[in-house]
Design a binder for this molecule. Structure first.
Ligand SMILES: CCCCCCCCCCCCCCC(=O)SCCNC(=O)CCNC(=O)[C@H](O)C(C)(C)COP(=O)(O)OP(=O)(O)OC[C@H]1O[C@@H](n2cnc3c(N)ncnc32)[C@H](O)[C@@H]1OP(=O)(O)O
Ligand SMILES: CCCCCCCC/C=C\CCCCCCCC(=O)OC[C@@H](O)COP(=O)(O)O
Length: 270
């Protein structure tokens, strides 16, 4: 090999080496940040469960603790959250909040805006996460088993009955699961039945795509910006079960349009 060939080989090795290091460091950074997320949640919920359970009773007011514990995480990650429409939450009465669901990181957005005495509807599996589950239970979260549909509907029916009495707000992810697609999944109807049964308004919330700073497939997690738009309330007064399909569809459309708008009208992927 002559000098030129040697230098070409060296250069190629250098380029491949640097790109491999970059990939590994991006993936390493991603895994560290995700470990921090779960570790942080596990640490604080364990503390809440062990040290505060003797003095706490199951109560939606305890959501304030989770809200406070999660607050520093966005600072560590360098995620700036811009909230639009907070004035739409200035209501004393109970309501149902519906929000799109993309990743576990939605927890940061949810805790950024979740009002007092508002509890999420969560999959029952969370309850089985030991001390994490216990802290969630202490915070008054509503657990449903998504495989037992009748039981899930019954739990939501009971929640509708207690919302006024206990002055509670309920947060539902109507897609029913995390969604990495470009558009929102069709909505499950539980949240809308809940609001109609309780005769409370629905407040749609849309969180923008994480694509610019987070992608689990690419193991990429950098600093970035997130937008949350809280839409004006949708009244359900005098609506009945027959109105639910149209109600669900109209809110889905508004949220889908808003999602596209706050993602800059781009063809977005979370
Ligand atoms: C440091 C801090 C640490 C923090 C620690 C951690 C904190 C974690 C907190 C975060 C928790 C967030 C967790 C998020 C989740 O777990 S999302 C997954 C769980 N949530 C949901 O699944 C809610 C959405 N699902 C539904 O609403 C469903 O509708 C459900 C109630 C589950 C029923 O399922 P399914 O039957 O499949 O629903 P459909 O919508 O397809 O409806 C079928 C028909 O049933 C009718 N229906 C639905 N609901 C009701 C109802 N409540 N009452 C009467 N009838 C109902 C619906 O209308 C359909 O009939 P028609 O087709 O209209 O005739
Ligand atoms: C012995 C097991 C010990 C395991 C310890 C794990 C430690 C976990 C620590 C903290 C848990 C924080 C959980 C955050 C949950 C955020 C809520 C969420 O986003 O759940 C996903 C759910 O909406 C939909 O689930 P799927 O998309 O259907 O999937």
């Amino acid at each position: 090999m002559d000098l030129f060939q040697w230098s070409l080989l060296l250069f190629s090795i250098l380029v491949i080496g640097i790109s491999l290091l970059y990939r590994w460091s991006t993936a390493f950074n991603f895994h560290c940040k995700m470990a921090l997320f779960f570790g942080w949640c596990a640490f604080w919920t364990a503390n809440m469960s062990i040290f505060l359970s003797p003095i706490l009773r199951r109560n939606p007011d305890n959501m304030k603790l989770l809200r406070t514990f999660i607050w520093p995480l966005k600072r560590f990650y360098g995620i700036k959250i811009a909230v639009q429409g907070s004035e739409n939450l200035n209501m004393k009465e109970p309501y149902v909040m519906v929000c799109n669901h993309q990743t576990y990181l939605d927890l940061l957005g949810m805790m950024e805006i979740i009002p007092d005495r508002c509890v999420p509807v969560a999959k029952r599996e969370l309850l089985y996460l030991g001390l994490v589950g216990h802290a969630c239970w202490l915070s008054g979260m509503i657990f449903i088993d998504r495989r037992k549909k009748d039981e899930a509907r019954e739990i939501l029916r009971q929640a509708a009955q207690t919302m006024w009495h206990e002055n509670m707000r309920i947060w539902v992810y109507p897609e029913g699961t995390r969604n990495k697609g470009k558009t929102l999944l069709p909505f499950k109807r539980g949240a809308f039945h809940l609001a109609v049964q309780a005769q409370v308004p629905i407040i749609p919330v849309v969180i923008s795509s994480y694509r610019d700073f987070y992608c689990s497939k690419e193991k990429r997690f950098t600093a970035g910006n997130l937008k949350i738009r809280i839409l004006p309330k949708v009244d359900t007064k005098d609506l009945g079960p027959e109105d639910i399909p149209a109600l669900t569809d109209s809110i889905h459309k508004r949220m889908q349009d808003t999602y596209k708008e706050i993602c800059g009208g781009k063809d977005v992927k979370p």
